[in-house]
Design a protein around this ligand. Structure first.
Ligand code: NAP
Length: 278
């Protein structure tokens, strides 16, 4: 393992190398897990919250699926394996109940991952709508944490509690969903230093609206969907360019037939001073 800077702030001077495919890659960033880990620790110490990485698989025109919701084989096998590796690089993967109901993902890591004892799958599910038959409940329930609000019914707490998953009650946001800011503080105090936010557009939008993004990793497939196919990030959005969450490109590289783009939020960005709604 190469030694390198321990904080993305120190990466300004690094010159990305150009690969044979002509793609610029910051190899130090990819090959240096120690550097990423220390960024995660730093976020915990400075902001009392977990490091947040948003990940999404999107078409060339920025859509997460066709207008009928079809997105199954959008990203090739290499990209799919990279997504599994990303889960292992984080302490938890997080989705909303919308993704659970639509896709029933198992949110697993690669079988060869040595220890998953401390690793968590987190589902934001205000009213505990997650069915008991879903993969996140049935397979390795001890790794699943379902976060709900006080609006969840007692019988659903009992139904899911009996399956072996952990339940966590958090305050509701003004929109009635799980309030993110107190959740991130709680996860950080429970030693979850980094969270891979892999949900659908509603969850990604909630994190973006509140500038809870330290890093974004988008896998771009060479499709164009057009029409009113849904975008990858929902939420309220911004009206002015100046208010957009601005990141800095760190890595761009081919992954099979797709492109992986990683961008990091510069430290001391103006959004650090923005008041969150939670
Ligand atoms: N292309 C990709 O990379 C990708 C990845 C994942 C999913 N998807 C697609 O996305 C679609 C599902 O979209 P979705 O937006 O419904 O899924 P989602 O964002 O995973 O889940 C949204 C739901 O999570 C719950 N939630 C609780 N607290 C929340 C909070 N603070 N912020 C946001 N949501 C919160 C809400 O339901 P309650 O109010 O009931 O709690 C909300 O409706 C599926 O078609 C799936 O295939 C695509």
């Amino acid at each position: 393992m190469k030694s390198g800077p321990t904080d993305p702030r120190h990466s300004h001077g690094e010159i990305p190398r150009r690969t044979e495919s002509g793609i610029d890659v910051n190899l130090d960033y990819i090959e240096n897990p120690a550097r990423r880990l220390s960024s995660h620790r730093l976020r915990r110490i400075v902001d009392d919250r977990s490091w947040i990485t948003l990940v999404a698989r999107i078409s060339l025109d920025g859509r997460r699926a066709t207008k009928t919701g079809d997105s199954g084989l959008m990203i090739g096998e290499e990209g799919r394996l990279r997504c599994l590796e990303l889960r292992e690089e984080h302490d938890a993967v997080l989705v909303g109940v919308g993704t659970i109901l639509a896709d029933d993902p198992d949110l697993s890591c690669r079988p060869e991952m040595t220890s998953t004892d401390d690793w968590r799958r987190i589902v934001l599910d205000s009213q505990l709508r997650t069915p008991s038959w879903t993969k996140v409940v049935r397979s390795q329930p001890e790794n699943t944490l379902i976060v709900h609000t006080p609006a969840a019914a007692g019988f659903d707490k009992e139904r899911l509690g009996n399956t072996g998953v952990a339940l966590l009650e958090m305050p509701a946001s003004p929109s009635g969903m799980v309030a993110i800011k107190p959740l991130l503080r709680r996860l950080s105090r429970d030693q979850i230093r980094s969270v891979l936010v892999e949900g659908g557009p509603t969850v990604l939008g909630s994190f973006a609206d509140q500038y809870f993004i330290d890093e974004a990793i988008f896998f771009l497939s060479p499709h164009i969907f057009g029409g009113d196919s849904p975008s990858a990030v929902g939420g309220i959005g911004v009206s002015r360019l100046a208010n957009a969450c601005r990141l800095r490109f760190e890595v761009v590289r081919m992954v099979g037939a797709d492109v992986e783009i990683r961008a990091i939020r510069p430290e001391n960005s103006e959004e650090d001073n923005v008041q969150c709604v939670d």
